[in-house]
Design a protein around this ligand. Structure first.
Ligand SMILES: [Zn+2]
Length: 379
């Protein structure tokens, strides 16, 4: 099965950039003698998305692909030293002590053990039952399944950090995986993600870096964008292990709270009513300055019956009416012939200039207010 859309941005504007006639179906599994007669080469087609630059295969892996997976690159001394240094630097940078860490696709569990050795409480996630059993033998807490949106609801906001090393390049839906990371992280939780470096392949003509198991080939730029677009700040991205891998540190962003804006909109009618009520009770007249977008919208939400008049400097607006509130726009010199006691400025970008003009050009001696979210405040 082949998709015709980019794995990341869903564009169909894809260009085939490489085609190998013969490649092994599965790079990680070496065969038993009895399997040889059924073994056949496959064609490998590599595409690049013209919209987001992502280099990828369009093939879909069968669901059970990684159930039997058992790989280990952790035996080499160089790899062990690298992992120890990588874990220490990450934990130290983010001040993680006794941290709850989820490692997605932990393989043989070597990195999880390294984290555990540094005081972390690790949940080692691995879809392969064989690999999971090996992790359990090493004393790790394990969980099966593929990380993604809504996969581990009981683990929502449970972890200080998520680690995924050499995993994302295998994942069919990278956006879904990243959202899965976000879900299980606590607010401001952090992540360490490591993938093979596309730059390394490009710089060294490494055709042998492309094979059917790897669905995605991440450049630093695409990796950065993937996380930025899914609710993370990218803290650092760098080439590691002699340039072989791109390693990125990310931090979960807090969602901007738009509820407060809704609350301000709900409050504005009451704020105007109270303000105008108080002013008229003591016989003070009120004008509004500003028939621009902000003013027009605000006036449409409030009761303007006790507003004396609306002024704006723009001669094009003079004598026209505001939609919904139906206030006629006057030129500012009306302040001279028909003085008011208070002015509310809604043209916020020009607030300082309007304040100066009120005093200098129109000899205004009253009080000046402005629109501050859902409130009216004195300047
Ligand atoms: Zn794309």
């Amino acid at each position: 099965m082949k998709s015709s859309f980019c794995r990341i941005c869903k564009s169909s504007d894809l260009e085939e950039v490489m085609c190998f006639e013969k490649a092994p179906r599965n790079i990680e599994r070496l065969l038993e003698s009895g399997q040889l007669s059924r073994d056949k080469a496959v064609e490998l087609h590599v595409y690049q998305c013209r919209m987001c630059d992502h280099v990828q295969l369009l093939d879909q892996l069968e669901d059970e692909y990684y159930e039997e997976y058992l790989m280990s690159h952790s035996h080499a001394k160089k790899m062990k030293e690298f992992q120890l240094q990588q874990a220490s630097a990450f934990l130290q940078h983010f001040g993680l002590k006794d941290a709850a860490v989820f490692e997605a696709g932990c393989g043989d569990g070597q990195f999880s053990l390294t984290l555990k050795g540094q005081g972390c409480h690790v949940l080692a996630n691995e879809p392969s039952a064989k690999a999971r059993a090996a992790c359990k033998e090493k004393g790790l807490n394990t969980v099966g399944g593929y990380l993604g949106t809504g996969v581990f609801p009981s683990l929502n906001e449970s972890f200080d950090a998520v680690v995924a090393r050499q995993v994302l390049e295998h994942v069919p839906d990278p956006n879904d995986f990243v959202v899965g990371i976000k879900e299980i992280l606590k607010p401001a939780g952090v992540g360490l993600i490591e993938v093979p470096s596309l730059e390394q392949a490009i710089e060294n003509d490494r055709f042998f870096d492309f094979f059917p198991d790897h669905l995605s080939y991440f450049s630093s730029a695409v990796l950065t964008r993937l996380f930025s677009c899914n609710g993370f700040d990218v803290v650092q991205v760098k080439r590691v292990m002699d340039g072989e891998y791109n390693e990125v540190w990310v931090k979960k962003k807090s969602q901007p709270n738009l509820l407060n804006i809704q609350q301000a909109a709900n409050n504005i009618a009451g704020a105007f009513r109270d303000f105008l009520g108080k002013e008229s009770k003591v016989g003070r007249k009120v004008a509004i300055w500003g028939a621009g977008a902000k003013g027009v919208l605000t006036l449409s939400m409030v009761d303007t019956r006790s507003v004396s008049y609306l002024i704006d400097l723009d001669p094009v607006k003079k004598d026209r009416y505001t939609p919904v509130s139906h206030l006629q726009v006057s030129a500012p010199d009306r302040l001279l012939t028909e003085p008011v006691d208070s002015v509310i400025i809604t043209a916020l970008a020009y607030k300082d200039e309007i304040m100066r003009d009120l005093k200098a050009k129109y000899s205004f001696k009253g009080k000046i207010f402005y629109l501050a979210g859902g409130q009216i405040k004195e300047c």
